[in-house]
Ligand binder design. Structure first.
Ligand SMILES: *[C@@H]1O[C@H](CO)[C@@H](O)[C@H](O)[C@H]1NC(C)=O
Ligand SMILES: *[C@@H]1O[C@H](CO)[C@@H](O)[C@H](O)[C@H]1NC(C)=O
Ligand SMILES: *[C@@H]1O[C@H](CO)[C@@H](O)[C@H](O)[C@H]1NC(C)=O
Length: 223
């Protein structure tokens, strides 16, 4: 219905205008693109002037270190597998947004992660991890692209975001841009982590060493 209306509108515009439409108006009207969920509450992530490239469902762990009993865990890094959810986002974004909360509750198996349907047959787009110097890295091996990130936005997950199996709550929503003066990123300039599920540490350490917390999230890549 909406689409037909937009097509009609486009035809009328074309008919009534002597000048051809600018190239960017001819294809893929923005309203049919998935919309980045950029706010979890009173604050929003910074907007972007880049173009959406891929949307991934990420499933992995957030690591923290515990220096001593009862101290606050300190963020150490993360390791996640990124599954290509671009098509799912375009066809049913609402359904995609339910995936992180479900995926985080499925314990990892020997062979990796099992995802809930319809995400269970998504291809692996790449991996997210931290480089040796703690630079957050998004290595999209399936498309030969890589982003070395630097955080430029951070807001709490919405109240009621899926808490994950640990029950500690969902990690923040983030925006990361290409890290300046670093190894060159290839084909990617920004990523948002949104619709997070799980990943928060316990408030206080109950042991020392590394604490790993299960999480899932959506990663929206721009270039
Ligand atoms: C895009 O945004 C970045 C920072 O958000 C800014 O540095 C850059 O100048 C902007 N580019 C354009 C073409 O507006
Ligand atoms: C996180 O902890 C897991 C073990 O639970 C380990 O395999 C992984 O290398 C750690 N990664 C980072 C970045 O600390
Ligand atoms: C990205 O992943 C590929 C495949 O695992 C690996 O060969 C390459 O070294 C990685 N790149 C970086 C910068 O980590």
């Amino acid at each position: 219905m909406t689409r037909d209306f937009a097509v009609l509108l486009l035809s009328i515009t074309q008919l009534s205008s002597a000048n051809p439409l600018p190239g960017h108006l001819k294809f893929a009207p923005a309203k049919f693109s998935p919309t980045l969920p950029s706010t979890g509450g009173p604050t929003s992530l910074p907007s972007t002037n880049l173009t959406l490239q891929y949307i991934a469902l990420g499933r992995g762990i957030q690591n923290y270190t515990c220096a001593s009993l009862c101290s606050a865990p300190v963020a150490l890094g993360a390791v996640a597998t990124l599954y290509d959810a671009t098509t799912l986002a375009k066809t049913n974004e609402a359904l995609l947004n339910t995936m992180p909360g479900k995926a985080v509750m499925i314990p990892p198996s020997r062979d990796g992660y099992d995802l809930p349907p319809p995400a269970n047959n998504l291809r692996v787009l790449g991996h997210h991890y931290f480089a040796a110097d703690s630079t957050p890295t998004f290595n999209l091996t399936a498309v030969n692209k890589i982003l070395f990130g630097k955080k430029n936005g951070d807001i709490p997950a919405p109240v009621g975001a899926p808490k994950g199996p640990s029950g500690n709550g969902a990690v923040d929503w983030l925006s990361l841009v290409e890290k300046p003066d670093y190894s060159e990123s290839v084909g990617l300039g920004q990523v948002y982590r949104v619709e997070t599920a799980g990943g928060n540490p316990p408030a206080a350490c109950s042991s020392t060493g590394v604490v790993s917390v299960q999480y899932a999230a959506e990663y929206w890549f721009y270039a």
